[in-house]
Structure formats: structure tokens, C-alpha cells
Design a protein around this ligand. Structure first.
Ligand SMILES: Nc1ncnc2c1ncn2[C@@H]1O[C@H](COP(=O)(O)OP(=O)(O)OP(=O)(O)O)[C@@H](O)[C@H]1O
Ligand SMILES: [Mg+2]
Ligand SMILES: [Zn+2]
Length: 324
């Protein structure tokens, strides 16, 4: 696992705060009880001595077991008395107990040295958010990706089935050492974005940092960094090179000039060198890609990426027709 670093730092701090806040709330409730039921103060004072009393019994030696059992018994009586007092005054017995959201880790995010499930969940949700996919992550998944749409005229059912199986296996087996690049080529509305966001969700669920971006947005970030006169890019540029999985959607819709070409080259080349997986989606054919991008980019796209061709009738339209 290697969660997005910023998310991790932020969530770890949020958990520490959450744990402190839970204790503060309990302290406030305790003070409230002291105000309303002063007898509780003395009981709590006696209860708080328990630890020291046990230490004293151990230090003294002799029949330690009996000594501890006596303290326990006294303790239980005090607890019971306290509970009854609270109940009589209309409070639940555990009113001033610390109420953590997660009982497994007391909101620290860790059980011993292992990350607690609650923190893992928070990181996954943050991962969805910081991936840049937004709402699509909730509605596009492998499970609602249907191959039936490619059975119509001109659809390449076999090719898309192969893409689906490959990408699903890639996502479900994603680990630290995974390195594979994919190029999804095809016309509009054929499921390239849907399939790649399904990969993103699965890889985020497995605890890895995923970044989804359109080519236009990616280049806007690089441009802001270079010409933005103090403005900062929307995304941290390091993530284009560090994210475990980068998805560049709609390659070919960005403007092409020397600067954008060098950025596209830098991202593609650097990620190959770092053995970081990338998925690129495009409406352009192999020929168009060759014509649009220079040889250095094209050679990497065709040499280092597994291509999958999407053919068929626009699924956005097929869905509308089905509803009519
Ligand atoms: N195989 C599929 N099964 C179910 N729904 C699909 C499938 N493929 C695409 N869709 C749906 O059709 C719509 C268009 O798909 P998507 O956005 O993935 O197309 P695209 O290939 O990325 O198109 P574009 O090139 O225009 O970006 C989306 O709402 C998507 O959820
Ligand atoms: Mg798309
Ligand atoms: Zn927990």
C-alpha cells in the first residue's frame, strides 16, 4: 500500500484530533456531573487511586493476589454506587466515559502498529476524492460495465472483452510491483472512461494512489506552473510522476505546441523510467496519433503501452434508444 502522501498526513492528523476531541467531550461531561452530583467527585477520587493502590500491594509483597482482589471488589462497589447515582439523576451510567467513534482503535487509526479498518476506509474515501474522478467513481464500475453493447453492428465484442478482462485482472491484482501501461483507443461513448475509472476505483480500494486527469487539465497544470506568475497548479505536479497509477483521459483534445508536446513526452517517458503504470485514453487512431505527436512520443505509446481498440455504436446513444 502507498496511499497519497498528502491524504495520509492530513487523515493521520484528523484522527489524532478526533481522539483528543472524544476525550475532551468526556472531560466536559465529567465536569457537568461534578456540578450536578457533587458526590461523584469523591467516588472518582477514590477510583482514580486504584492504579497506585495495586502498585503498593505489589511492592509490599505477601499475598498479592488477595490484595488485588480486595481492591477490585472495592472498585466494583464504587462503580456500582456511581452508576446508581447517575441513574437516579437521569444520566446514563456511562455518561462520562470516552465515546470513541471506533472502539477498535479509540480513534487513533491504529491497533498496535497495524492500521485500523476505519482509517483505511477514510484513506480510500480520500483517495476517491483526490483521484480527481469525482462522482463517476460511484456510478462506473467493472460490475456495471456490460459487454452487450459491443455486440451490435461494427462492435468489436472480442476486443473489448479482452480489454475488460485484462484491465480487471490488472486492477484486482495491483500491487507495489505492478507495472503495465494501457492505451484505450476508440470513438466517443464507447466505455474508455468507464473502464478506466473502474480500474481507478479498484486500485484505490487496494490502497494505492491513483490520479485521473484529462490531457487538457494536465497540460493546464504544467502551463500554470510555467507561466502562471505565482498561481499554483490545481494538482501537485509531482503526482503526475509519483502516482502509482495515472489515467490521462482524452489525449488528443489538448492544443499541440512545442511546450505541450514536451510535457506529454516528459510525463510518458518519466513514468516509463520509474516503472509507474499509466492508462491513456484517446479518440485518435494510431495514424492520427503518429501524425499529431512526434516520433519519440509515438514510439513510446506503441512500444510500451498495450493497445485496446474500442469499436461500436456510441453507448450513450444506445442507452437512450433502450429507454425509448
Ligand atoms: N460497456 C458499458 N456498459 C455500460 N455502460 C457503459 C459502457 N460503456 C460506456 N458506458 C456508459 O456510456 C457512457 C459513455 O461512456 P464513456 O464515457 O466511458 O465513453 P468514452 O469512450 O470515454 O467516450 P469519450 O471518447 O466521448 O470520452 C457513460 O455513461 C458510461 O457509463
Ligand atoms: Mg471518455
Ligand atoms: Zn478504528
Amino acid at each position: 500500500m502507498s496511499y497519497n502522501r498528502e491524504d495520509y498526513v492530513r487523515i493521520k492528523a484528523e484522527f489524532a484530533q478526533k481522539s483528543i476531541a472524544a476525550r475532551r467531550r468526556a472531560d466536559a461531561r465529567q465536569m457537568e456531573l461534578y456540578g450536578r452530583i457533587p458526590e461523584v467527585i469523591e467516588i472518582d477520587r477514590l477510583l482514580s487511586k486504584t492504579g497506585r493502590e495495586i502498585m503498593a500491594v505489589i511492592a509490599k509483597g505477601g499475598d498479592v493476589e488477595k490484595g488485588i482482589a480486595d481492591i477490585r471488589e472495592k472498585n466494583e462497589i464504587l462503580q456500582k454506587e456511581r452508576g446508581e447515582l447517575l441513574r437516579k439523576n437521569g444520566y446514563p451510567e456511562n455518561y462520562s466515559d470516552v465515546q470513541y467513534e471506533c472502539k477498535k482503535c479509540d480513534d487513533t487509526g491504529y491497533v498496535d502498529t497495524k492500521m485500523c479498518d476505519c482509517m483505511r476506509r477514510a484513506l480510500v474515501l480520500a483517495g476517491y476524492e483526490s483521484s480527481g474522478i469525482g462522482g463517476l467513481i460511484q456510478c462506473q464500475s467493472f460490475d456495471n460495465f456490460s459487454l452487450e453493447y459491443y455486440q451490435s453492428d461494427g462492435g468489436n465484442y472480442e476486443g473489448v472483452r479482452c480489454a475488460y478482462q485484462n484491465l480487471r485482472a490488472f486492477a484486482e491484482g495491483f500491487n507495489r510491483d505492478t507495472y503495465r501501461n494501457h492505451l484505450l483507443i476508440g470513438g466517443t461513448g464507447l466505455g474508455k472512461t468507464h473502464l478506466s475509472t473502474s480500474v481507478a476505483k479498484t486500485v484505490i480500494d487496494r490502497g494505492f494512489d491513483v490520479m485521473y486527469v484529462t490531457a487538457t487539465a494536465m497540460l493546464a497544470d504544467f502551463e500554470t506552473k510555467r507561466f502562471g506568475n505565482g498561481l499554483s497548479p490545481k494538482h501537485n505536479l509531482d503526482r503526475y510522476f509519483d502516482a502509482e497509477l495515472l489515467i490521462v483521459d482524452d489525449l488528443g483534445t489538448e492544443t499541440v505546441n512545442q511546450f505541450t508536446l514536451s510535457c506529454v513526452y516528459e510525463v510518458i517517458n518519466e513514468r516509463i523510467n520509474r516503472r509507474k503504470s499509466t492508462i491513456i485514453n484517446t479518440n485518435l487512431s494510431k495514424k492520427d496519433l503518429e501524425a499529431r505527436y512526434n516520433e519519440r512520443i509515438a514510439s513510446r505509446l506503441f512500444g510500451e503501452y498495450i493497445p485496446f481498440q474500442f469499436l461500436g455504436r456510441d453507448i450513450r446513444q444506445q442507452k437512450i434508444l433502450k429507454r425509448m
